[in-house]
Each structure stands twice: as C-alpha cells, then as structure tokens.
Ligand binder design. Sequence first.
Ligand SMILES: Cc1cc2nc3c(=O)[nH]c(=O)nc-3n(C[C@H](O)[C@H](O)[C@H](O)COP(=O)(O)O)c2cc1C
Length: 260
Amino acid sequence: MINRLGFNSEGHARVLERLKRRKRKGVIGVNIGANKNSADMPADYVAGLEVFSAVADYFTVNISSPNTPGLRDLQAPKQLDALLARLMAKRDALVRAGSPERPIAVKLSPDIAGDDIAAICDRLMAHGVDGVIISNTTLDRTAVAAHEHGRQTGGLSGAPLYERSTGLLARVYVQTKGQIPLIGVGGIDSGSAALGKIEAGASLIQLYTGLVYSGPGLIAEIKKTLIEAIERAGVDSIAGLTGTRAQNWIAKTRTESNVT
Ligand SMILES: Cc1cc2nc3c(=O)[nH]c(=O)nc-3n(C[C@H](O)[C@H](O)[C@H](O)COP(=O)(O)O)c2cc1C
C-alpha cells in the first residue's frame, strides 16, 4: 500500500476531546508529530506530549513519516539529541507536576542510512527512551518496481516493506544490545512474518496493512503461530525468542547502503 496522507487529523484539541469522550477503554498510544509549516518542529512534539499526557498510555514520537517535509531530518543524531532533550525535560516537568510517567517510544524510518544507525541508537539510549518502533513506511520502490502503481508518491507499507524494516530492526537490536524494548512493524501479514519480527529483535509487534488485506482473523493466526513457536523452542514466553535470529537477518539484508 502507498499512502500520502500527511498528518490530516483535526489537531490536538479535537483529538483530545474525542479521546476523553471514548467509551471503550483500551491501551491508547498517541502518535505525535509536527506541522509541515512549523518554524520549530520540536516545539510541536513537546506540545503533543503535554496535551495528551492525561489520556495517552504511551507516546510514539513519529520522526519517520515520509509525508511531512523535513520531519525525517529529526532523525539526524544532532537534531534527535535536541528533540529528545526537550521531550524528556517536558516529561520530567509533567511528572513533577503530578502526571503519570508515560512511556515514550521513538519510531524510525526504514530508509535511515546504515552509517547513522550507531549514532542514532547511541542518542536513543543516552536519553533513556522506553521503546523504539521499527519501522514506518519506505520511499524505496525496489520491491514494487515492476508494479503499475509502484512509482506513486508516498510511503510504501505491507509485504514489500517486510525485509527492509526487519533488517533495520535486527541492526537496532544488536546495536542497543537488547537493552531497549523494540516494537517490530512493517509488512506483517502472517504468523510466520510476526515470528520473524520477534526473532529479529522485537519484544512487541504492530500491524496495519496486513489487517487491510486479511482482516482481524490474522491476529488469531499470529497468536497461534507464536504460541507454537514458544512451545517448540521450550521457552517460557516470547522473550525467549526475541533476537534469536538477529544476525541471520543482518546477513540476509546486507546491502551496500547499510553495511555495519
Ligand atoms: C494509511 C496509513 C496511515 C499511516 N499513518 C501513520 C501515522 O500517522 N503515523 C505513523 O507513525 N505511521 C503511520 N503509518 C505507518 C504505519 O503505522 C506502519 O508503520 C507502516 O504502515 C508499516 O506497517 P504495515 O506494513 O503493517 O502497514 C500509516 C500507514 C498507513 C498505511
């Protein structure tokens, strides 16, 4: 799937109002970003953290959408450092003022240069982020080059993103030595694809495009496959499988641009 939505929500105030009114109580992750015409993008993230701290169970800091110009520049180690410093300072202030401490996960692009991975991971660990979500959609079209719509503008998700996002997941797992929980996302469309993310280094998984094509029954299939894998390996939980094939994934997805 290729999407070029940009951040088309109605904005903080309207979303907050809807979240407060909601009847079903599940885990709420609020995905924060910046306006495309913002003069100070980090300030937009800080505002998002402040506004939604009362209702969000966790935050995703989205610095990886390809549909907002300039957003992905925040992944550059220096800019990432500045953004995380401001976000963590705001969270500390909110906690001091009595707000619960909300976990902060940073969501990365599968298109970051292999040379930047070490420095990015270093910044993520230095600021003590609670999780890293890998990955957002890709601008790369290699996997769909032959498709009639392959050149459409936007971010590509689903099966053609699977290898690329899982390769980055494995690299971040090794680089962070398994010390930060990683959330694997990108192209999960079956139980075995979900298991692949865990083996590459994920503690948790997310999926979007797979649900469009397979519907909610996919969740039951994934759970069944994961339970079978846990039993086969003789481990207590999914944690026993996390990262067990990270090196295989790194070898399998090695290209000229991501040699580490
Ligand atoms: C229609 C659409 C809208 C999306 N909007 C966002 C967004 O607002 N923020 C974000 O971090 N990721 C967004 N994504 C990316 C997904 O969360 C996910 O990272 C990506 O699609 C890869 O997972 P998948 O292959 O399971 O879809 C969007 C994806 C799609 C298809």
